[in-house]
Design a protein around this ligand. Sequence first.
Ligand SMILES: [Zn+2]
Length: 117
Amino acid sequence: MGGSREIAIREVVAVVLAADSPAGRVADVLDDLAAHLPPPAQQWGCSLCRTECWPCAGFDAAAQKVIGARLRLAEFVPLDLHPRLWPPPEQSQDVPQPSPPQSTLSPGTWFDEESRH
Ligand SMILES: [Zn+2]
């Protein structure tokens, strides 16, 4: 009986990419990206950075490079995490909510850049 805490790890797959393909050029970055995904039942934090706020800095940096390589970030992020990066538009039509004085700057704002081109 050790006090070792079981760490949930998101299942991963290893792929072979042509080194000179768009994804192959940033293969290291994709590794980083996957490493910084929070475990399935722990969407609030990254176990690598031990941060309780995700997207963490490590993911953020990797994601920027993925987008910089003109890859679609969404293809590399599990679907259950998409709402964290791209929050669904608020359906406040029938739910009266006090609107914030300023437009809330969502953490995923810059992720929208990839849809610009
Ligand atoms: Zn991290």
